[in-house]
Design a protein around this ligand. Structure first.
Ligand code: VGL
Ligand code: ZN
Length: 198
C-alpha cells in the first residue's frame, strides 16, 4: 500500500531561537530526511499566517501569549507572532530536505481562523485541500512527523483518522509545546481516534 510521509511545520519559528520555539524542534530534522526516500509521497505543511493574524496575542488588546480566548469557532490559544508570510521564521528549517517534497500545503492563511490541522481549519469545516490531493493520488496510509506534537501534529492526525486514513505518528520525530497537560491530552485524543503512535 502506498504511503505518504506528512511533515508538519518544520519551520524556523518552531525551532531553536524561533518565535514559538518548540523545545528540541531542530532535533527531528535529520530523522525526517532519512524517512523521505522510503515514502511514496512526501508532503510538507507550512504554517503561513498574514501579519496581524487573529491567533496572535498581539492582535488583541489586553491579551498575552499562551492564554486561551474565545473565537466565533471555539476556543483558541493565543500565540506569539509566528510564521508570518514571507518572513525567515516561516521558512522551512534550512536542513530539511525540501527537494523530495511532492506537495507543500500552506495553512493558517485566513486572517480570522487558525488552522492547526493540515486538513481542516480550526472551525473544523473549512478544508485545506489536502484530503483531495491524497485521495486523487490513491494514498490511504499516512506517516506523520514534525511540530508540534500536541497541536498541529495532533489535529492533523486526528482529522486524518476521522477521514478514514490509516495514520501512524512517529513520536520520536515529533516535539511538543506541552502547556497545561496538552501533550497528554493530545496522546489520548490521537489514541481515541485510532491513530497508531510508534
Ligand atoms: C502550531 C501553534 C500555532 C503548530 C502552529 O505547528 O503546532 N502551533 N501554530
Ligand atoms: Zn500558527
Amino acid at each position: 500500500m502506498s504511503h505518504a510521509l506528512i511533515v508538519i511545520d518544520v519551520q524556523n519559528d518552531f525551532c531553536l531561537n524561533g518565535a514559538l520555539a518548540v523545545s528540541g524542534g531542530h532535533e527531528v530534522v535529520s530523522g525526517i530526511n532519512a524517512l523521505m526516500p522510503g515514502a511514496d509521497a512526501v508532503v510538507l505543511t507550512q504554517d503561513w499566517h498574514p501579519a496581524g493574524h487573529s491567533s496572535f496575542a498581539s492582535s488583541h488588546a489586553d491579551e498575552e501569549p499562551y492564554k486561551l480566548t474565545k473565537m466565533p469557532y471555539g476556543d483558541q490559544v493565543l500565540w506569539p507572532d509566528h510564521c508570518v508570510q514571507g518572513t525567515d521564521g516561516a521558512l522551512f528549517h534550512a536542513d530539511l530536505n525540501q527537494d523530495r517534497a511532492d506537495m507543500i500545503i500552506r495553512k493558517g492563511y485566513n486572517h480570522s481562523i487558525d488552522s492547526y490541522s493540515a486538513f481542516f481549519e480550526n472551525d473544523k469545516k473549512t478544508p485545506t485541500g489536502l484530503e483531495g490531493y491524497l485521495r486523487t493520488r490513491e494514498i490511504s496510509k499516512l506517516v506523520m512527523v514534525g511540530l508540534a506534537t500536541d497541536f498541529c501534529v495532533n489535529f492533523s492526525a486526528v482529522d486524518a483518522a476521522k477521514l478514514g486514513f490509516h495514520v501512524t505518528v512517529n513520536m520520536d520525530l515529533c516535539r511538543a509545546i506541552n502547556m497545561d497537560g496538552s501533550l497528554d491530552a493530545a496522546i489520548a485524543s490521537m489514541k481515541a481516534a485510532g491513530v497508531t503512535l510508534a
